[in-house]
Each structure stands twice: as C-alpha cells, then as structure tokens.
Design a protein around this ligand. Structure first.
Ligand SMILES: O=C(O)CCC(=O)C(=O)O
Ligand SMILES: [Fe+2]
Length: 220
C-alpha cells in the first residue's frame, strides 16, 4: 500500500484536482477560426503571404530586450528589409483586393508608421495580451498586420449597439491581415491573454514567440 502511494505521488504531474482544473480550463477555451466565420467588409486574411525564409530574414534584423523593450516604432521611410516586403505584398494583393481598398492600404501620400511588437517572450499569458481596440484615427484607414514566428488568435468584437458579436481568428506565421472599412472602424481587435489556442479542425496549438508588424499611414 505504501509503495503504491509513493509511486503515484512521485510520477504524477498533477494531483487529481489540478488535472480537473486543467481539463476544465481547456474545455472553456473559445474556438479559434482558421478563416473569418462571417463576412466583415474590409477584413482580408492572406494566410501564406510571407515565406519562412523571408520571415527568418526579418526576424534576424530585430532585437528586443523584454520585458523593458518589447516594441519598436518606425516613422517615415521603412528599412529595406521591410520596404521590399511591403512592395511584394502590394503587388500580391492586387490579385484579390479591389482597387479602392488596395489604394487605402498601399497608395497613400502620408508617411508610413510601423510598430513592431514581440509577444510570448515569457511563459505568462500576459506576455500575449493586446487589449481590444480600434487603431487611432491619425493612422488613416488602411492597417496591415504581419505575423512572424508563431501562430496566435486575434479576437474581433463588433462595436454595433447590442450586436454582441465576436470571434477569434488564427493568424499563422507568414500571414498578413488587412483591415479597412468596417473591419477597421466598426470592430475592435486584440489578443486574449492565453498560452494555448483551440483551433477549429486542428486542436490545441501552443503559442510560441510571435512578432507582429503593424503598418499604417500617419496623418499629422
Ligand atoms: O501586433 C499585432 O499583432 C497587432 C498590433 C495592433 O493592433 C496595433 O498596434 O494597433
Ligand atoms: Fe491595432
């Protein structure tokens, strides 16, 4: 009897109650969609826009020192490693984004602003947290979000009175999310503080270190 008890306590990662807590926690995770589950004007997700090689090249140019330095901000001319990529995305997006929207995203006279954030630099859920928000008006309409390094779920919430609509969308490494129109102004976006995503038709995906590159225009 004594042997059985000591075997159990030494080998088990969880006691019974912790295991139950973990299962309940996983069951309560929201479903993360691989594709937008509803049609929101101005929401475009290009799942495979940036090759693994280009992602690595960009990541090799960036350094962070978390928790004090988790962000870089660039105003005006983009460094060549980003400028070349934006030019490739501009050409690529012509095939599936209409001219009016494409102009909002890629052909404005204002200066560029680019903000680069690292997520998941430690094990804490809060290292992934981005509060729900709409981007400030001064950034103009077209918002481009590149995801590098690891997948993450971005949450969208409708601002329409009483609508209470929300969903989470998987942003894979190498994907590009474009926000204009309703997606830019009538829905908020953010990232829930979690370390795991429960992805529809895939299952649980552990979040890793992700770098988000957000490109906008800046009208002073
Ligand atoms: O880093 C991201 O993925 C998104 C950042 C964002 O939404 C913002 O800077 O406004
Ligand atoms: Fe944003």
């Amino acid at each position: 009897m004594a042997d059985v008890e000591s075997d159990h306590s030494e080998d088990s990662l969880f006691d019974g109650s912790e295991l139950l807590d973990t299962c309940t926690h996983l069951q309560n995770l929201p479903i993360v969609h691989q594709f937008p589950p509803i049609n929101i004007p101005g929401l475009h997700l290009d799942q495979e826009a940036i090759s693994p090689e280009t992602q690595s090249q960009i990541l090799s140019q960036l350094s962070f020192d978390p928790p004090s330095v988790t962000q870089h901000v660039i105003f005006g001319t983009l460094p060549p490693f980003l400028g070349c990529l934006v030019e490739q995305l501009r050409v690529r997006a012509q095939s599936y984004i209409c001219l009016n929207t494409h102009t909002k995203l890629f052909n404005q006279v204002d200066n560029r602003q680019c903000i680069i954030n690292v997520y998941g630099y430690n094990e804490s859920p809060s290292a992934y947290y981005l509060p729900q928000h709409t981007d400030l008006e001064c950034f103009g309409e077209g918002v481009i979000i590149l995801s590098l390094g690891s997948s993450i779920a971005m949450k969208f919430e409708s601002l329409a009175d009483g609508a209470n609509d929300s969903f989470e969308l998987l942003l894979r490494p190498g994907s590009v999310l474009y926000l204009t129109d309703d997606a830019r102004y009538r829905w908020t976006h953010g990232i829930a503080p979690r370390t795991v995503d429960n992805v529809h038709n895939v299952g649980l995906l552990q979040r890793g270190v992700r770098v988000g590159v957000t490109l906008r225009y800046y009208n002073e």
